[in-house]
Design a protein around this ligand. Structure first.
Ligand SMILES: *Cc1c(COP(=O)(O)O)cnc(C)c1O
Length: 365
């Protein structure tokens, strides 16, 4: 195996336990995007075994895959376009979220056709300006009341835009909006089974927003929602679950003055041993990190030299390195450059680093 992602499922269990110490709310484990690149079914299974009583995904296909694997816990898919496969959702007991009367109506008529009572969560927009009912709330509520015998109100929810900025007062304003909408809902006689608002950042810093359930994503994988504003995951006793390793294709001597890689963007300042690592940007290593991240081997860091290629990259192993072709180097995580360091080097966030590791890199557990 020239490269692999090692996923530490015990770290997932540990992280859920840490969060459970901080809240009385139920935990919905967010496993969208192939469990943030960690592998959908193994992570979903472990999360449920570790005390997550719900699972959440963006896409219906992801939810269907969870049911096909035999996982029976409550499960929501919150990002369905019109004419999605609602029949499968209904048959497989998958909760759906609605942000518009149109989608709500479509799901109700599909439910009549297949003779199932749909389980619906209402999403309200409290400031994110992405999903959620906004200006047509009154019409939406009227429709919801008129049709209240045709669905189960499984949940009421919203999403924070800036929960990772604990010093901002924006989340407090969103919470106030959320309480207003919830009050109007209850005044109309509609009582949701679950109320959920918090992502990882709010789960870690904003107890007032936990309600009956939190939606736990990045923190479950042992990463901080925002290292700059909230500090590293270790401050919250979280353990990163992902380590990426790859084999060396070749080790060879090179001379000071040699220019390495496409465009010759980096010139060696000293004689050294170069290692050709069998991972590149098609595997998910961001090309924009060139020259500023690297790998780890035998007790020390070997920085990238030159640009990352499609399937490979070159590192400076050091003149006295004992590395040889076939050896595994640690590319991301473990004792090497962390997910957060790769993210900083690429000018992005840790979420993007882990979710973009390509499916051609096998996951092992
Ligand atoms: C992705 C997502 C989450 C989890 O966010 P984290 O920051 O990873 O905890 C929660 N809720 C919704 C609706 C999401 O899309």
């Amino acid at each position: 195996m020239r490269a692999f992602v090692h996923v530490d499922l015990d770290a997932i269990s540990h992280n859920i336990a840490q969060i459970r110490n901080r809240t009385n709310a139920e935990i919905l484990a967010v496993v969208k995007a192939d469990a943030y690149g960690h592998g959908l079914i193994p992570v979903a299974t472990r999360a449920v075994d570790s005390g997550a009583s719900w699972l959440g995904v963006a896409l219906l296909e992801e939810a269907v895959a969870i049911r096909q694997a035999g996982i029976e816990v409550p499960l929501i898919a919150w990002l369905t376009p019109p004419h999605d496969d609602f029949e499968s959702a209904l048959r497989l007991n998958i909760d759906l979220s609605v942000s518009s009367v149109e989608l709500f109506q479509e799901i109700l008529s599909e439910a009549k056709r297949v003779e199932k009572l749909p389980r619906i969560h209402f999403e309200v927009d409290t400031g994110m300006r992405r999903g959620g009912v906004l200006s047509d709330w009154d019409d939406f509520l009227r429709f919801a009341v008129e049709h209240k015998s045709e669905y189960v109100l499984a949940g009421f929810w919203s999403h924070f835009a800036r929960a990772d900025e604990p010093e901002s007062n924006f989340s407090a304003r969103q919470e106030a909006e959320f309480h207003n909408r919830l009050q109007e809902l209850e005044d109309a006689g509609l009582i949701p089974n679950r109320v959920h608002l918090s992502n990882s950042a709010a789960s870690l810093t904003r107890n007032s927003a936990h309600h009956s359930m939190i939606r736990l994503g990045i923190a479950m994988y042992g990463l901080s929602p925002n290292v700059n504003s909230m500090g590293p995951a270790s401050d919250f006793q979280l353990i990163p679950a992902m380590t990426v390793k790859a084999q060396l294709h070749l080790v060879k001597d090179a001379k000071a003055g040699d220019a390495v890689g496409y465009g010759g963007t980096q010139v060696l300042e000293h004689d050294t041993k170069l290692g050709v690592v069998t991972m590149g940007y098609s595997d998910g290593l961001p090309r924009s990190t060139s020259n500023s991240a690297g790998v780890y081997f035998d007790g020390r860091r070997a920085p990238l030299v030159g640009r990352i290629s499609m399937d490979q990259c070159v590192v400076d192993l050091g003149i006295d390195s004992k590395a040889k072709a076939g050896d595994y180097v640690t590319v991301i995580g473990g004792e090497g450059y962390s997910v957060d360091e790769w993210a900083a080097a690429a000018g992005t966030i840790n979420y993007e680093i882990v979710t973009r590791i390509a499916t051609r890199v096998p996951r092992i557990y």
